[in-house]
Design a binder for this molecule. Structure first.
Ligand code: BTN
Length: 239
């Protein structure tokens, strides 16, 4: 494990990607106090102000099939959920595929990006953003209703949280194919049994989330009673 600490960077994922392309070893971990252009899934930005969050990217060099990249993301969700519960004593929930919630608010987002050389996976960057506490100036208007912090006042737990997440994740990653985190992941999921909206590219449709299968796919039933297994895409829970 090698930690690189930055005061400020555009995005730790971008920084880690450059290092990975230059040959950096697996489990090089980049952590920044602040990101000026942090980003998430679906091209969204990730609000990353100074000190209130953990912004971390881990370089991986997995030898797995493309389908198994879903294991990395879900192992990370399980590791983050466990680490947050250990340091805060608060109960977390995982919204498929890898958002972590506390009391109905999103406290963590995870973005895994892959780099290929030809058809072979060369590296993966596991990017993790955690809102440790609500920023003093509050969250921006567009995410105020969805985003939350683990704590509601400033606490200095960033480095211990980073260490716990990395250790937990590394245990799962060593035996990724054994999927030792599957039962924890299922237990913590807050989606099954709920009415959801599925967003796939330009399209969206309503469905019911039934279960999570052994490949971490979300099994859903659409309004025509057709059952499918989702291995990517974005969902939102309908109230
Ligand atoms: C999401 O919620 O869609 C994923 C958010 C991922 C944010 C993290 S913060 C550290 C790393 N650097 C980035 O630019 N993104 C990830």
């Amino acid at each position: 494990m090698k930690y690189i600490y930055l005061k400020e960077t555009e995005s730790t994922n971008k920084y880690a990607k450059k290092l990975a392309k230059d040959g950096a070893s697996e489990f090089t971990v980049v952590i920044a106090d602040k990101q000026t252009g942090g980003y998430g899934r679906m091209g969204r930005s990730f609000h990353s102000p100074d000190t209130s969050g953990l912004y971390m990217s881990i370089i991986l060099r997995p030898r797995i099939s493309p389908e198994e990249t879903l294991y990395i993301t879900t192992a990370a969700a399980a590791a983050v959920s466990q680490a947050i519960e250990e340091i805060s004593g608060k109960e977390t929930g995982i919204k498929w595929v890898n958002d972590i919630f506390i009391d109905g608010k999103k406290v963590c987002g995870i973005l895994t990006e892959s780099g290929y050389s030809g058809n072979t996976l060369d590296y993966a960057i596991l990017g993790i953003g955690v809102n440790i506490y609500t920023p003093t100036e509050g969250f921006p208007d567009d995410i105020r209703d969805i985003a939350g912090g683990i704590f509601d006042r400033p606490v200095d737990v960033r480095d211990i949280l980073a260490k716990r997440i990395t250790e937990r994740f590394s245990d799962y990653y060593k035996e990724l194919e054994a999927k030792n985190f599957l039962s924890y992941y299922r237990k913590k999921n807050i989606v099954t049994g709920k009415k959801i909206m599925i967003i796939k590219g330009e399209n969206s449709y309503n469905a019911k989330a039934l279960s999570i299968d052994d490949e971490f796919r979300l099994i859903v039933e659409d309004e025509n009673k057709r059952i499918t297994a989702l291995d990517s895409g974005e969902i939102s829970i309908r109230m």
